[in-house]
Ligand binder design. Structure first.
Ligand code: CA
Length: 669
């Protein structure tokens, strides 16, 4: 056929499709049609494979099928048909299992690159092509009876933030599946001294939730070269609805990583641990070349005044959660992880880039499936955004975010010093005039009449409506480990003194109201040898060194006992701001470096009637006046014994001595 005739034929054929005339130009991205269905991507059965792609600005969409995950030539090229609302579709009859596939769109006369669609659920090595698999075949044995461990209240959560590789990469981890999801399924693993490592160690420590650093498919690690032992945190998303291939034993087979991720979740659930995924919907690793941008140029991203990509993530782009199809993508993606992978929570990276409405829809969607699914995020951005400030899911608007928590940098930096000043000290390392920031953290950033908000480091009012909306922490994967920060900021003290500060810092966190959060390895004084930003540092910097559990066994024992104390005493986990206001009273101290409070009246059903908690951040003994009566000491410095380390009677005029850089907890039954 003559080429001009062919073109005419195609145009005639295409014009039979609805809305053909709308499809090339829209006045703005907001005018793009919205698809309401929940069947985008691949619908597979052994009888047929149906593909649906949303690409309203495309004039042609091609599907290619391959035998291989990379390379080779397409064995089949199929032109998709445009149906309503910007959706293109095709159905291939017969069992297509095992084939790899890509899409390519033509927009404004220009063909994009071949990419998987954003909704892709299984991919081959390095996520370049989708993989047609039978998802039901990826369920491990017993998956249908997998259940999330019970959780009464969000304030009962204790989060442990972990990178999959870090847990197992050290020779002394005793774990066989090094750097893999399966490493988290191994039991009875030990270090050289016979102490538990890996999964057993986490269980022994007593935390309730494991928060995994990005474990969806990210770009930075070459999955085809496991021998290179590349390390990356993974904040460079590629395929949102697919697990990362380098953490699987076979990244080329799309089903393997899915099955192994599920095996991990199943093993953790069996141990009574819930699983949280760190999700990075705020930007994509690639900008121009991302799946989103190749299929629908520009739409999924915010633009700056010049029309280029705006960059509130400081990673080259920021997604536009306020646009209908991006919002829909995020909401459906988290729901998918809950339903397919049985996840129990999500940590939103740079949540402040997302709009409040989207975050509320995310929480509502997952909490409709199970109200105990926990959602939290970083209530800030990495740079300015075109999204108006009032719409951003920022920390200061946390009270508007229903069922969502934010990280308290107020508490973090109050206790250990500003993260941007690596030599800075905080309350636990001897700094004074930060007491109000610590108090702010103790009441979980909620309203309390005794907090002087004008003196809080970053917030001049409460931002959490309820304590479950505040994540209290002093360290995470970002910045120096707590131990390294103490080495930097207090270089001239002894190791023993530094350990006291370390324990004090997390004693403040683990006795505070709200949701405590621990950086993996903090319980054995984790160090990264002073490396501040280890996002692509080698395993030698990032991995957990299990010999430190032996060397600092007393530190581990303390953390374990402290976590147990929190779990045994609901007074530290009050679920409402009202109860905090009713039961928690700060003690009035004249001197700096001293914070104390009393929780009275068997708060939240606690067996202890009254509890006094004291923190002395000064590097010298301080005295404090506490209420009269017969008190049992449950915690003093590095000692914890809930049945009592000793008793003390306080009468009129008595003062209590609190050791240097230490906490004390006393109670009355
Ligand atoms: Ca990857």
């Amino acid at each position: 056929m003559h080429s001009k005739l062919l073109l005419l034929f195609i145009l005639l054929l295409s014009s039979c499709s609805p809305k053909f005339t709308d499809m090339i130009e829209y006045p703005s991205f907001e005018d793009y049609p919205v698809y309401e269905g929940n069947d985008l991507g691949l619908q597979y059965t052994p009888k047929a494979a149906t593909f649906k792609i949303w690409a309203p600005s495309a004039t042609q969409v091609l599907l290619r099928l391959y035998e291989q995950s990379v390379g080779g030539t397409a064995e089949k090229k199929v032109r998709l048909i445009r149906i309503a609302n910007g959706v293109w579709t095709t159905t291939l009859k017969g069992d297509q299992q095992g084939k790899y596939y890509t899409f390519q769109t033509e927009v404004n006369g220009k063909w994009g690159q071949e990419v998987p669609d954003p909704y892709v659920k299984a991919v081959g090595v390095n996520g370049k092509r989708g993989h047609i698999i039978d998802l039901t075949a990826t369920n491990p044995k017993g998956w249908e009876t997998d259940k999330r461990p019970s959780l009464k209240s969000f304030t009962d959560i204790i989060v442990y933030e972990l990178h999959t590789r870090d847990l197992s990469m050290h020779d002394n981890s005793g774990i066989k599946n090094k750097g893999k999801f399966l490493g988290l399924t191994e039991q009875n693993t030990k270090n050289q001294a016979g102490l538990s490592t890996g999964l057993d160690h986490i269980k022994e420590l007593g935390v309730t939730h494991i928060h995994l650093l990005p474990s969806y498919d990210f770009m930075s690690v070459d999955e085809s070269r496991p021998e290179d032992n590349e390390f990356n945190w993974g904040y460079d998303p590629q395929n949102y609805n697919v697990p990362e291939g380098s953490y699987s034993t076979n990244p080329d087979d799309g089903g393997v990583r899915i099955k192994e991720f599920k095996q991990m979740v199943q093993a953790l659930h069996k141990k009574g641990l819930r699983v949280i995924l760190d999700v990075v919907y705020n930007h994509t690793g690639e900008t121009e070349g991302s799946n989103f941008n190749q299929l629908v140029p520009g739409y999924y991203y915010r633009q700056n005044k010049e029309g280029g990509f705006s960059d509130a993530s400081a990673c080259g782009n920021e997604t536009a959660s306020d646009r209908a199809m991006m919002r829909k993508f995020i909401v459906e993606s988290v729901k998918y992880w809950v339903e397919e992978y049985h996840l129990d929570g999500f940590r939103f990276d740079l949540m402040g880039i997302h709009d409040i409405e989207t975050m509320n829809q995310v929480a509502a969607a997952v909490q409709e499936i199970d109200p105990s699914i926990f959602v939290y995020g970083e209530g800030w951005t990495g740079g300015d955004s075109p999204l108006v400030e009032e719409k951003r899911a920022l920390k200061k608007y946390t009270y508007k975010l229903k069922g969502i928590a934010a990280f308290s940098d107020d508490m973090r930096d109050g206790v250990k010093g500003n993260v941007f000043g690596p030599m800075e000290t905080g309350f636990a390392s001897g700094k004074q005039e930060v007491e109000e920031s610590v108090k702010f953290g103790i009441v979980a950033a909620t309203k309390h009449s005794q907090v002087n908000y004008e003196k809080v480091n970053y917030s001049n009012e409460s931002w959490a409506a309820e304590p479950s909306q505040c994540i209290n922490y002093v360290s995470c994967h970002d910045n120096h480990t707590l131990w390294d920060r103490l080495i930097n900021s207090q270089p001239d003290i002894t190791e023993e003194e530094r350990i006291k500060m370390h324990l004090l810092a997390n004693t403040i966190v683990l006795t505070a109201q709200g949701v405590p959060f621990l950086h993996a390895g903090v319980e054995m004084l984790r160090t990264k040898d002073g490396e501040e930003n280890s996002y692509k540092s080698p395993d030698s910097i990032n991995r957990l060194d299990w010999s430190r559990k032996t060397k600092y066994k007393a530190v581990f024992d303390y953390y374990q006992a402290l976590i147990q104390l929190r779990k045994n005493h609901p007074a530290f986990r009050m679920p409402t701001n009202k109860e905090i206001q009713e039961h928690l009273t700060f003690l009035d101290f004249e001197s700096g470096g001293l914070v104390g409070y009393i929780i009275e009246g068997n708060a939240n059903g606690d067996a202890w009637k009254d509890i006094v908690v004291l923190f002395n951040g000064k590097q010298e003994v301080q005295t404090a006046i506490i209420p009269k009566g017969n008190w049992t000491i449950a915690l003093k410095g590095n000692q914890i014994k809930e049945t009592g380390l000793g008793k003390i009677t306080i009468e009129q005029g008595d003062v209590l001595e609190i050791p240097a850089s230490a906490a004390m907890i006393l109670y009355k039954i």
